[in-house]
Design a protein around this ligand. Structure first.
Ligand code: KG4
Ligand code: ZN
Length: 351
């Protein structure tokens, strides 16, 4: 029996969903019970492998997903102490992401769902990131403004009701995480660059270099980080040409401050314009402490509550996909068996 009152917070306590996520460089599977109880959350990270190349190599990612996907799913079921036949449905990321990587998770999910006779539910990866907040914060209720910011996307949304996303703005070029990663590489820091920049920034001066804050004064909720990326790379090259030692922590702190300023400014402007008292932060860059702190402080000053997931649920994982799948399952939604990987999928595209 499925609860008929399906909304943002509605859930059915006994439903068991397997969530599978392979859109980039994490092979992840998780079993979530009743929408919010994480029975297992297995994440096999390929970071060490891609670090050798300074970034994700799509072909290597696909091959590694093929090796890891079944052991990861097996482990997720084992840790959850359930049998495959106990599952009510299988939710899987079908986009956006790397096509070869997505196909591994999607094909595995299809094969399992078909064999078990249970529904297959394709999930938009960005929607998954948003649901990491639903998973952890029972009190979260729309209407709200959500900033979802990651290695592949930077989207500012107004969410009026469950599943109803109004895109207020998105990046016109690089995603914020991409800016962190690319500039970190130029600074000789490891991949992924976000956490490395954040670490270096702790001992740097955020005012040392006045990096550009793209579109901050423009009347738009869109973002642009390519100017910042070029400015940071030029700054580094100029110092290198003069044979000067790179002030890595000052560059990191100034870069982080520029990214955080823009993200916080646009998010608060949207929250004020839409008169919401709740802001959600999600996605890998949502793990950034400076961003969390500045957004929390500035939101509090306006009487707005800020929610973000724990760090393990900010970056890619299967639990957020299972949680998003739970609510679609309760609505009776199911994907067709010919669902294809959608590398360029955007939030709000028809499912
Ligand atoms: O959500 P995610 O795991 O994958 C994508 O959907 O892209 O996000 C990964 C991105 C990377 O760009 C990484 O550098 C960034 O999130 N990231 C961070 C932090 N942790 C991860 N950026 C800034 N500060 C962090 N602490
Ligand atoms: Zn992600």
């Amino acid at each position: 029996m499925v609860d008929k009152q399906v909304g943002w917070g509605a859930e059915h306590a006994d439903v068991l969903v397997l969530g599978i996520e392979t859109s980039c460089d994490e092979t992840a599977a998780s079993v979530v019970k009743g929408g919010r109880m994480v029975l297992s959350n297995v994440i096999a990270s390929q970071v060490e492998l891609h670090r050798l190349y300074g970034g994700v190599v799509p072909e290597i990612a696909s091959r590694k997903h093929i090796e890891l996907i079944m052991p990861v799913i097996d482990l997720a079921l084992k840790k959850a102490k359930i049998k495959p036949t106990d599952l009510d449905c299988i939710a899987v990321t079908y986009g956006p992401g790397l096509v070869g990587a997505l196909l591994v998770g999607l094909s595995s999910a299809k094969a399992m769902a078909l064999a078990l006779g249970c529904p297959l539910i394709g999930i938009n990866h960005i929607e998954g990131h948003i649901y990491a907040n639903v998973l952890e914060h029972k009190d979260v209720e729309p209407p709200l403004v959500c900033l979802t910011v990651s290695g592949g996307h930077t989207d500012l949304l107004y969410i009026d009701a469950y599943g109803d996303y109004k895109i207020l703005g998105r990046t016109r070029d690089d995603a914020a995480g991409e800016a962190f990663d690319k500039i970190a590489r130029v600074l000789g820091l490891d991949y992924p660059g976000g956490p490395e920049i954040a670490k270096q920034a702790l001992s740097g001066d955020p005012k040392a270099i006045d990096f550009p804050r793209g579109l901050i004064h423009e009347d738009t909720y869109d973002f642009s980080f390519s100017g910042l990326k070029t400015a940071a790379i030029n700054h580094v090259h100029n110092l290198q040409q003069k044979g000067e030692t790179l002030p890595i922590s000052d560059i990191a702190a100034s870069l982080q401050a520029a990214i955080v300023d823009v993200l916080v400014h646009k998010t608060l402007a949207a929250a004020s314009a839409y008169k919401v008292d709740t802001i959600l932060l999600s996605g890998g860059v949502g793990a950034n402490e400076a961003l969390r702190d500045q957004l929390r402080q500035d939101a509090q000053a306006l009487g707005i509550n800020l929610y973000y997931p724990s760090k393990v649920l900010c970056t890619d994982n299967g639990a957020m996909i299972a949680c998003a799948g739970h609510y679609r399952f309760l609505k009776g939604q199911q994907s067709p068996w010919d669902l294809n990987a959608a590398p360029q999928l955007r939030l709000g595209d028809p499912v």
